[in-house]
Design a protein around this ligand. Structure first.
Ligand code: V47
Length: 387
């Protein structure tokens, strides 16, 4: 029996896959068969349901003490060209003025600013809650929480408890990069290490705060490092069950110190989605983040194990600084269209996977419809095509 056939038997019997299985999956040349297997697991968990949300991104500051070699977003010092720190008023206004009444989530990631006091972040969240109390605040990576704990002399629990009291609802998954020290010490030397990243998530889960987790792939790491990373996340999830979603993040190579490295291909991204779905048997959701993977690959990933596309976003800086050519935003209509065209059922969710609205599936592939039926914009065809 081939190695892949033996793994297929294990998956169908509900048996847990090993490190060696993970390596065999990454090395298997038959990536369509791998995708089919991951798709079966995805359909067993979620059927055709495919999640998205109406969210916005916010970066309060890109000033950052850390100097990660993959990062094109951070500026080392306040006052450096391009360095930016918001005012509270501007941040609150941006949420107050957000045009989408269906907005359910604000996702914030920041640099590690050397001078902002802890109270500044507390007041930022409190103000957002005053402006739009129903919006879920998914803010601060584990790396930021670790930074606050060290800088302000608090435990992770104390930092998280104070932020939760100010309105924090969950932690995003950023900052995981590659957890294995051999890689982390080369690309992210001066921030939370792998054990500290996991310890922050453990503390959050114990306090009842859900979180996501990520993996930055396609740079200097090997498949061994990727499998090791996935198994470290799986081990913590066995202990806490607090991760909602895993998001593999494709490396982008512009404007950073790793610019000589090639970026991962679409096949590598699809393979990574599939292997992640198979190894992470205890994390319910797997996100194909369209900003990092590209819209076309993320849509295809919905048949390789992914069940979530993230959201509308509106303004994103981390990937656009590093060369991403995808648009800054996708409308709700565009996300629904991508999901339907992949033969799936679009489900608008909130941050913790509560259903906001389940939409009907497409009866036929959208390309089979007339152009009038396909367009959200219902002005006359002659206006739309220009004569
Ligand atoms: O932590 C930075 C990564 C992350 C680059 O939790 C890069 O729902 C590729 O974590 N090439 C931030 N990746 C984004 C993130 C995220 C995104 C969407 C949803 C969620 C969620 C989390 O972006 C960083 C870092 O790992 N990153 N620079 C780059 N050049």
């Amino acid at each position: 029996m081939s190695r892949l056939a033996a793994i297929e038997d294990k998956v169908r019997a509900g048996e847990r896959l090993s490190f060696e299985d993970g390596m065999a999956l990454f090395l298997s040349p038959d990536f369509l068969r791998l995708g089919t297997l991951a798709n079966q697991v995805r359909e067993k968990l979620h059927g055709d349901r495919t999640y998205f949300n109406v969210n916005m991104r916010f970066e309060a500051t890109n000033v950052c003490e850390a100097s990660c070699s993959f990062c094109a977003f951070a500026k080392l010092e306040a006052g450096a060209p391009g360095a930016h720190t918001t005012t509270h008023e501007a941040a609150w206004q941006e949420l107050a003025n957000h045009p989408e009444p269906r907005l359910t989530e604000l996702h914030m990631v920041n640099g590690l600013h050397p001078h902002l006091p802890f109270e500044w972040y507390v007041e930022l969240l409190q103000g957002w809650k005053r402006v739009r109390p129903s919006v879920h605040l998914k803010c601060f990576t584990a790396v930021e929480i670790h930074f606050f704990a060290q800088k302000f002399g608090m435990s992770y629990e104390q930092v998280l408890t104070r932020l939760r009291a100010a309105g924090l609802g969950s932690l995003p998954g950023g900052g995981a990069e590659i957890l294995h020290p051999d890689v982390r010490q080369r690309i992210a030397t001066d921030k939370a290490d792998g054990a500290e990243y996991l310890a922050v998530h453990r503390a959050a889960h114990k306090l009842g705060l859900p979180s996501n987790c990520t993996m930055l792939y396609g740079h200097i790491e090997t498949f061994e490092h990727r499998v090791d990373h996935l198994l470290r996340l799986r081990e913590l999830q066995d202990e806490t069950s607090g991760f909602q979603c895993f998001i593999p993040l494709a490396f982008h190579n512009e404007n950073n110190s790793l610019r000589k490295l090639p970026e991962p291909t679409a096949v590598d991204s699809l393979r990574t989605i599939a292997v992640s779905r198979l190894l992470l048997d205890n994390i319910p959701h797997l996100k194909a983040y369209w900003v990092s993977m590209g819209v076309a690959t993320a849509q295809t990933a919905l048949r390789f194990g992914a069940d979530d596309l993230d959201g509308t976003i509106v303004h994103e800086s981390i990937y656009h600084a590093a060369g991403s050519r995808v648009p800054m935003a996708l409308s709700r209509h565009e996300l629904v269209r991508l999901i339907r065209e992949a033969g799936r059922v679009p489900v608008e969710r909130d941050t913790t996977y509560g259903v906001v609205e389940e939409l009907p599936r497409a009866e036929v592939p959208e390309a089979a419809l007339s152009v009038r039926e396909r367009l959200a914009d219902k002005r006359s065809l002659s206006v739309l095509v220009g004569h």
